[in-house]
Design a protein around this ligand. Structure first.
Ligand SMILES: Cc1cc2nc3c(=O)[nH]c(=O)nc-3n(C[C@H](O)[C@H](O)[C@H](O)COP(=O)(O)O)c2cc1C
Length: 213
């Protein structure tokens, strides 16, 4: 695989081929890229809502900006990512238990030490009133994993912030679940006349952003 070529050619899809479905196998890999994404202190403060049918996408449409609606309509899936607005002791305990069940704590002292470290970090953000913003940052890491995995699979994607996050919260009842909508990603297959496919990529030159220390 030519990694550099993949990075140079993956792009945000502006127009999808309607009706073309992502296989169940590829969908599984895409969802695993979200589930397995890294997060600070393994907090995983995210949940994902997957719209796979016209009805599910129509439900979300009032929260999607006009210019993004045709992409959402024609794309095969829309994944909405929400991040936690609070992380309480029950959540932290469940996390410790999951890690234990996954075999990470052969040594009970390590479990205790790890749990304390996690509570310290999370407490710091909570005390500063920054926990929702911090959780949101973790959620964006998962987006990067999803976009890259989609490109590896030859699946087109559109990260979407052109929406009304509060409206999405309302539609999905996210606030009641202790969550806040962060972004969506449309996934499917680009149309032959996807305007972005042939556009050259534009980025700052390396000399502007990399600094040797
Ligand atoms: C967080 C985020 C939000 C974005 N929101 C939208 C959006 O709502 N609609 C859209 O068409 N493109 C959206 N984009 C696509 C960007 O405009 C695009 O990634 C950028 O111009 C670079 O182009 P490329 O992805 O084709 O390399 C978004 C990208 C990111 C990372």
């Amino acid at each position: 695989m030519d990694i550099l070529k993949l990075l140079q050619t993956r792009h945000t899809t502006k127009k999808y081929e309607a009706g073309r479905r992502i296989s169940d196998e590829d969908l599984h890999i895409l969802l695993e890229s979200l589930r397995l994404a890294p997060s600070s202190v393994n907090s995983q403060p995210w949940e994902f809502f997957i719209a796979s049918t016209k009805e599910a996408k129509d439900r979300l449409m009032p929260g999607i900006a006009d210019f993004n609606r045709p992409r959402v309509e024609a794309a095969d899936r829309l994944i909405v990512c929400a991040a936690r607005t609070e992380i309480d002791e029950d959540y932290l305990q469940a996390l410790d238990d999951q890690e234990e069940a996954d075999g990470r704590y052969k040594d009970p002292a390590f479990k205790k030490e790890n749990g304390e470290r996690r509570r310290f970090f999370i407490g710091k953000y909570r005390d500063a009133g920054e926990l929702p913003a911090w959780a949101g940052k973790q959620a964006y890491l998962a987006q990067g994993f999803l976009l890259y995995t989609a490109a590896l699979l030859g699946i087109s994607s559109t990260p979407i912030e052109g929406w009304d996050a509060d409206k999405i919260d309302e539609i999905l009842g996210l606030r009641e679940k202790g969550l806040h909508a962060q972004y969506a990603v449309a996934l499917g297959f680009g149309a032959a006349d996807d305007s972005n496919a042939a556009r050259p990529k534009s980025r700052w030159p390396a000399g502007r952003i990399f600094h040797t220390l």
